[in-house]
Design a binder for this molecule. Structure first.
Ligand code: PLP
Length: 398
């Protein structure tokens, strides 16, 4: 066989498509100063909870108007510990939302109490404050609201209900560090306030969380629940009065947090700009016809932890999972925050069923988180909007 002869016809020249890098849903920003600081902690000989944890707690406390703050290894145990400090357990009910990360209601079960879900307000996608009073019973002890995507729940109305009915509040502010309510920082007022520093949150300690408390008595209890119930005195005194867990933050993690805090305002300002770009582009004439539900255009109070749209399932021939797959194929990451909690097998086994909270169920079936993180560019936002718009336009019911 002879060697193939190169074709004399001129072939179309194949130019490699300039493939855009994958745009993830989110990505933490860690600067070199922080990396150097972590290396210093690693060399220091003190790795677990120590001076960096104390320093982080002091910084967080200053940020929260001087209220006592303790840090932990998650933003989940923070809420469990708040419930324990409030004396909430078997026989008690806690009002919460079915649209959250499952941690929010798992902690209620963890302490032996019962979650009582209240349907959402479809605009804020948060607990419908108008429906809380109808859900109260003599067993109700607390309200556990969630600032979804960082948008603060109306604190005036929330605390008016709590005070009227003598209920504790555990604010699941996992997503709202850096948000404000009427000019006051979330965490600077209210009852228990719980933050998370998971890598997806606006500032991170890798894993970690913080609990804002009301007084030194609660702070001491938080320390006991955090570490085996231990209280130490002098050089050799040790007492155990209650069952604590193992929830302490390491100094390595705390050092990451200390490197993040100075960037909070700059990160959140950038998130706000990007969210503004999303809203502008989706509001452009082509986008409006899509029937997407957009988040409230709040540029003063929310830290824009996420940018979430709700797909109009009744107008589409395509389901959310397929939309996500098509975006993924186009190099764009998305997420679902969150599936309805009451429809998980664990909760169905406890008696909840489809149809219990129709507004949350609709939103949970169709909500979609789009990429949003400080190092994104406006061009990235344009890319997401263009791709999502094209997918939805190609799959509209006639
Ligand atoms: C992240 C998050 C939590 C839990 O925080 P972890 O630090 O991951 O334990 C709880 N509630 C909500 C709403 C969250 O977003």
């Amino acid at each position: 066989m002879s060697a193939p002869v190169p074709s004399s016809r001129s072939e179309p020249v194949k130019v490699a498509e300039p493939t855009l890098p994958y745009l993830p849903l989110t990505r933490p920003t860690i600067d070199d100063e922080t990396i150097a600081g972590v290396a210093e902690v690693l060399r220091s000989g003190w790795l677990t909870s120590g001076p960096k944890v104390k320093e982080l707690e002091a910084k967080l406390s200053a940020y929260c108007g001087g209220r006592p703050v303790r840090v932990f290894n998650s933003g989940t145990c923070t809420m469990e510990i708040a419930l324990r400090i409030a004396g909430i357990g078997p026989g008690h009910e806690v009002i919460t939302t079915p649209l959250s990360w499952v941690a929010t209601s798992n902690v209620i079960l963890e302490v032996g109490a019962r979650p009582v879900f209240v349907d959402i307000d479809p605009v804020t996608r948060e607990i419908d404050l108008d429906r809380i009073e109808a859900a109260l019973t003599p067993a109700t002890r607390a309200i556990l609201p969630v600032d979804l995507a960082g948008l603060p729940v109306d604190r005036d109305r929330l605390y008016a209900i709590a005070q009227k009915h003598r209920l504790r509040v555990v604010e699941d502010a996992a997503q709202s560090y850096g948000s404000t309510w009427r000019g006051r920082r979330i965490g600077a007022c209210g009852d228990f306030v719980s933050f998370s520093f998971h890598p997806n949150k606006n500032v991170t300690t890798i894993e970690g969380g913080a609990l804002v408390l009301n007084d030194e008595r609660e702070a001491k209890l938080a320390e006991q629940y955090r570490l085996q119930g231990v209280v130490r005195t002098g050089f050799d005194g040790m007492e155990v009065e209650l069952v604590g867990g193992k929830f302490n933050l390491t100094d390595v993690a705390a050092r990451v947090g200390l490197g993040q805090l100075p960037h909070l305002d700059e990160f959140n300002a950038r998130r706000r700009e990007l969210a503004r770009a999303y809203l502008e582009l989706f509001h452009a004439p082509a986008g409006q016809a899509l029937g997407l539900q957009l988040p409230p255009a709040d540029f003063t109070q929310t830290n824009w932890h996420m940018f979430q749209v709700v797909l109009p399932e009744e107008k589409l021939t395509i389901k959310r999972g397929e939309v996500m797959a098509k975006l993924h194929a186009a190099g764009i990451g998305t997420g679902v925050h969150y599936p309805a909690i009451h429809l998980f097998a664990l909760y169905r086994a406890l008696g909840w069923k489809a149809g219990d909270f129709p507004r949350a169920e609709y939103t949970c079936r169709n909500i979609l988180s789009l990429p949003l993180f400080p190092t994104m560019t406006r061009a990235d936002v344009v890319r997401v909007v263009d791709n999502l718009t094209a997918i939805l336009q190609a799959h509209r019911k006639s």
